[in-house]
Design a protein around this ligand. Structure first.
Ligand SMILES: [Mn+2]
Length: 425
């Protein structure tokens, strides 16, 4: 079975308050369609966060419909499986699923409930997509808590049916412990779970949620864009997001083409690099001196407009630089006038050479690598609590326990997924 694995499309995303990214998504879909034509996958899987918000506007929904219809028309016979992520509304995603089914597109929004014993016979079928004579896709959407029993029950059902030993692919939208979460703003707040919570019996776990492409348990240094790897299954992999969802996602983004011969066999992954329409630039580039005054700022922005058609720019400015009044407005006006907003401004300035005292006081003294290695928010909190005199660790722990308990109670009352905050990527 051959699958094309992508995730975290975040359709409808508006970045830096005002920039609509549809043309960037268009560039992504053009490449995805080309790959579908070229590689003829049996299935295209989209592992959650199809939309950036639970209630996308009519224009965004229409755009999604158009893109799916184009893919279906381009690749006759290819199945498409789309699952809900934490940004999606499970009910809204499933609302049109009956019609999509007729076109060979399966949509799964709602996760199985925790208490599997109370479910009617055959409930597992809703999560199983059989690809005739090729294999199986188990479509698991985002879940607000661990549901190993439910997942395993579906996988067991597949094993029962899979007498020919065909490949089994499972989808998931979850942060698995040990992953590299760089680029995710709220690192301390990402809730992780162990890989064993996803059960056993699949050959390839097609993950979404974390935007950096990576195969769990394998060196992230291999992820340089295009390339190929061969693994002994089972393998769990994040395809990565379709676009750079934030300027911190500096790594190359990819779509994964996965070939699996048989259940229990080897898994071949080909990484297809997505050429993004708008790159993210730091000006001046890291290594060069930061902007020292207003004149330099204007020169830097003007020069970029002369040499680049489009992109996102983020400025590196010296802490004490005299910038004069309204420099931010000057930037917005200039970009609009000179590039019609093809060049876009990221207002999160990187301030450099801050005086030692302020810099040390305001920032937690942590290396990025150290934060990436943390699997629970407590590691982060314990390291930084001394910077916040008003909090004590014990009080915080008690408060968190109370919140966790409240969340657990809400989780038991599912399906009520529309109430989820779902803010971290
Ligand atoms: Mn997500």
């Amino acid at each position: 079975m051959r699958i094309l694995h992508t995730a975290d499309l975040h359709l409808g995303q508006v970045i830096y308050q005002s920039y609509v990214r549809q043309d960037e998504h268009e560039a992504f879909f053009r490449q995805l369609r080309k790959w579908c034509e070229e590689y003829r996958p049996d299935v295209l899987v989209v592992s959650g966060d199809v939309f950036d918000m639970a209630q996308p506007g009519a224009d965004v929904k229409k755009y999604f419909n158009q893109k799916m219809a184009e893919l279906i028309a381009t690749c006759k016979g290819m199945k498409i499986v789309v699952t809900a992520g934490n940004h999606d509304s499970a009910s809204r995603l499933e609302a049109d699923s009956v019609v999509w089914n007729m076109a060979g597109l399966t949509m799964v929004g709602h996760a199985p409930t925790t208490d599997v014993d109370e479910l009617p016979d055959g409930w597992q079928e809703r999560f199983i997509v059989e690809v005739e004579r090729k294999g199986y896709v188990v479509a698991m959407p985002f879940m607000s808590n661990n549901r190993r029993d439910a997942i395993q029950s579906v996988l067991d059902k597949v094993v029962e049916r899979n007498e020919e030993g065909l490949p089994v692919v499972m989808m998931g939208h979850v942060a698995v412990s040990g992953g590299d979460f760089s680029g995710h703003g709220e690192i301390g707040m990402i809730k992780t779970q162990g890989l064993d919570e996803m059960g056993s019996g699949y050959d390839y776990l097609a993950l979404g949620h974390i935007h950096r492409p990576q195969t769990l348990g394998h060196d992230i240094a291999d992820e340089k864009g295009d390339g190929e790897s061969q693994y002994q299954g089972p393998v769990a992999r994040y395809s990565g997001s379709a676009l750079h969802v934030s300027c911190d996602e500096k790594y190359p983004h990819t779509v994964s083409l996965v070939d699996i011969e048989r259940h229990g066999g080897e898994v071949k992954v080909k990484r297809l690099r997505i050429e993004e329409l708008r790159h993210f630039y730091e000006l001046p580039p890291t290594g060069e001196a930061a902007i020292k005054d207003r004149k330099e700022l204007e020169e830097t922005v003007n020069r970029f407009c002369e040499t680049h058609e489009r992109g996102y720019i983020r400025l590196r400015i010296d802490h004490g630089a005299p910038l004069g009044e309204n420099y931010v407005n000057w930037i917005y006006d200039t970009l609009k006038e000179r590039t019609a907003d093809e060049v876009r401004y990221n207002p999160q300035v990187i301030w450099e050479n801050e005086p030692q005292e302020t810099a040390e006081k305001e920032r937690p003294r942590l290396e990025l690598a150290e934060i990436q290695g943390m699997i629970s928010p407590w590691g982060f909190i314990e390291k930084t609590i001394d910077d916040y005199e008003e909090f004590t660790l014990e009080e915080l722990k008690a408060d968190f326990q109370e919140i966790a308990e409240a969340i657990r109670k809400v989780g038991e009352k599912e399906p009520e997924e529309d109430k989820r905050a779902g803010k971290s990527e």
